[in-house]
Design a protein around this ligand. Structure first.
Ligand code: AGP
Length: 609
């Protein structure tokens, strides 16, 4: 996720900006840049790669000035490059902007600005902001920013400076974090508290759509109409290590909590809401010919493969198209049959997994068309696929994948529903119904997270169970697989997943009093079947947790504990039902004294076989 900093005071700004950016490195980034305002006007330096490359550029040509803004970029629009790095400037180079978030209507704004003679220099969504502010600027930077904001759709935290406003940084946020540090004769902005702590512990937390005007000796706040707002000054007591994790004990817990935002970011730009709601994948190059495919093959590894299994059920349900799901390491060494009408969906958080890339290259060689779902712009997968749909989850630092998984699911649903609509398998009304339901998921995920203490308490009582089995049917089976993987990865508990109907064909022999069984029960048509399966394992002494809907009491009598999730259409439940399982795995790992962020023997990205 991008990191923003800004400084205004009496010190040289460059070292402060670089130092503050270093404190944001943990967020992940692929390039960096600063803009400093001094006697030579507004000077911008940017560099692809680690901060040291930016430092080398600055060392070669020192920039002086006591105010400036800086940025570490995690690419979303346009691959990592010097050109796409922030800050972005207007045509004359007098207004500079750093941005964290996604401007959803950037294509429309770009076309509008291009018609007015603006020549764009980057592929980013951010550059439109600099040109828009310029368009509205006539001496008052605050007013120009306010006008520009009325044109922006999406999420943003912004830092803005202008060559002719030498005592002013404008900062604003909507759906992206931004904090203001209040110092003595100096003020500073940052995406996150760690960047401020060396300078001040007195901070203002900006709320959505609030605008801050930082001068050397003061900070003032305004609402979007330009009316003054009074803000409370808060004192930060965290240490730097805790601050990097946003106050959470581990990155994994932070990332679990980032899911509502990540889901919103991944979904929002892809929904069109004109007369009726529809899914917009045209911007990634999707057209009707893709939906005419005879077969879809989904290939991935680990958690991404589980997203593929959900994808199979979703495609078959919504689009009535045959789907094969393959583990990439198996696919590449099999003798798979390729048909001319096949399309491949390759899923990978990192976009660099060796087996997944090998499978993709085999498919490409066969002449198949490839859709990539990945979280990393400019990754090998993104570069080599025909179409790329990004999960806008931001960098995932914990080895165990959480927010990348749920955003992969969001992408899979969007593609499956789009296929379904184009193939005439779902009506406009049904499509609008499912889109409404997808739009509710982020808030529903938030509700689950607000009850995390229930899961923590349950984990405290069960973390030392030696066996945990997850079972479910259809979509719940896919989430059972993912939940069992999560638990084994970080708590080192022996956990397995079963399609509940398979129990009697063997696995039930393993069940005894030491077994915890998590039954995921969200497929309403199969409740009776699940009840029988639960009774079978209960009769053998297992403890039972059921995950089901808020308003559902079908399993109350057979379960030892029920975790409830908000109601949504059955095919969409995976995005919600996995969250209690992620939390359970996390709390078990912590109870066992493991580091959930760095589980033994595992790497975040498996770039070798
Ligand atoms: C997830 O928790 C795992 N760490 C792992 O299974 C991972 O999903 C797998 O290695 C695939 O990685 P990718 O998505 O980067 O391709």
């Amino acid at each position: 996720m991008c990191g923003i900093v800004g400084y205004i005071g009496d010190e040289e700004a460059t070292p402060v900006l670089i130092n503050a950016l270093k404190k944001l490195e943990y967020r992940g980034y692929d390039s960096a840049g600063i803009a400093v305002l001094g006697d030579e006007g507004l000077v911008v330096r940017k560099a692809k790669g680690a901060l040291k490359f930016l430092e080398q550029k600055i060392a070669a040509e020192i920039i002086r000035g006591t105010m400036g803004i800086g940025h570490t970029r995690w690419a979303t629009h346009g691959e990592p490059s010097d050109q796409n790095s922030h800050p972005h400037t207007n045509v004359s180079g007098q207004i500079a902007v750093v941005h964290n978030g996604i401007i959803e209507n950037h294509a429309k704004l770009k076309a509008w600005l291009t018609e007015r003679g603006v020549a764009f220099r980057s592929e980013t969504d951010t550059e439109v902001i600099a040109h828009l502010i310029d368009f509205y600027y006539s001496g008052n930077l605050l007013d120009a920013v306010r006008e520009a904001l009325t044109r922006l759709e999406g999420s943003y935290a912004l830092g803005v400076i202008c060559q002719t406003n030498t005592d002013e940084i404008i900062a604003v946020r909507k759906d992206s974090p931004l904090v203001i540090g209040a110092g003595e004769g100096e003020n500073i902005i940052a995406s996150d508290v760690p960047a401020l702590l060396e300078y001040t512990r007195n901070v203002y937390y900006l709320d959505d759509r609030e605008i801050a005007v930082l001068k050397r000796g003061s900070v003032e706040f305004y609402d979007e109409e330009g009316r003054p707002v009074q803000k409370e000054l808060c004192r930060v007591e965290w240490d730097v290590a805790a601050a990097e994790k946003g106050g959470y004990e581990h990155f994994m817990l932070k990332e679990i909590h980032e899911q509502p935002t990540a889901l919103t970011d991944t979904l929002r730009a892809r929904i069109k809401t004109y007369a009726t709601k529809s899914i917009n994948l045209e911007e990634i190059g999707f057209n009707e010919s893709w939906a005419k495919a005879d077969r879809v093959i989904i290939t991935a590894c680990g958690t991404a493969w589980h997203a593929g299994i959900v994808g199979k059920y979703a495609f078959e349900h919504f689009a009535r198209i045959p789907v094969d799901v393959d583990i990439a390491s198996e696919f590449r060494y099999r003798d798979p049959i390729f048909n001319p009408g096949d399309i491949f969906i390759i899923i990978s958080q990192s976009g660099e997994t060796a087996d997944t890339l090998a499978a993709m290259r085999m498919a490409k060689k066969s002449g198949a068309r490839i859709i990539a779902i990945t979280n990393v712009v400019g990754s090998t997968l993104a570069r080599e696929a025909d179409l790329v749909m990004y999960t806008w989850a931001g960098p995932e630092i914990a080895v165990a994948s959480t927010k990348a998984f749920t955003t992969q699911l969001m992408c899979v649903y969007l593609i499956a529903l789009k296929f379904g609509a184009l193939r005439g398998c779902i009506s406009e009304t049904e499509l609008a119904y499912y889109i409404d339901a997808l739009e509710e998921l982020p808030a529903q995920a938030e509700r689950i997270l607000s009850h995390k203490e229930d899961i923590q308490r349950f984990a405290a009582g069960n973390f030392n169970k030696t066996k945990a089995f997850f079972m479910g049917r259809l979509f719940d089976y896919a989430i059972s697989l993912e939940s069992a993987l999560k638990l084994k990865e970080i708590s080192y508990t022996h956990s397995e997943a079963f399609a509940a109907g398979e129990l009697k064909h063997g696995p039930i022999a393993l069940v005894d009093e030491s077994t915890l069984v998590v039954a995921i029960c969200t497929q309403r048509a199969l409740f009776e079947k699940m009840e029988s399966n639960i009774k079978e394992v209960k009769a053998r002494g297992a403890s039972i947790i059921v995950i089901t809907y808020d308003d559902e009491h079908f399993f109350d009598a057979v379960a030892d504990e029920v975790f409830r999730i908000p109601c949504t259409p059955d095919p969409l439940t995976p995005i919600l039902s996995v969250i209690p399982c992620q939390l359970y795995a996390y709390y078990c790992a912590v109870q066992r004294g493991n580091d959930p962020d760095k589980p033994r023997n595992l790497a975040k990205s498996v770039t070798v076989e």
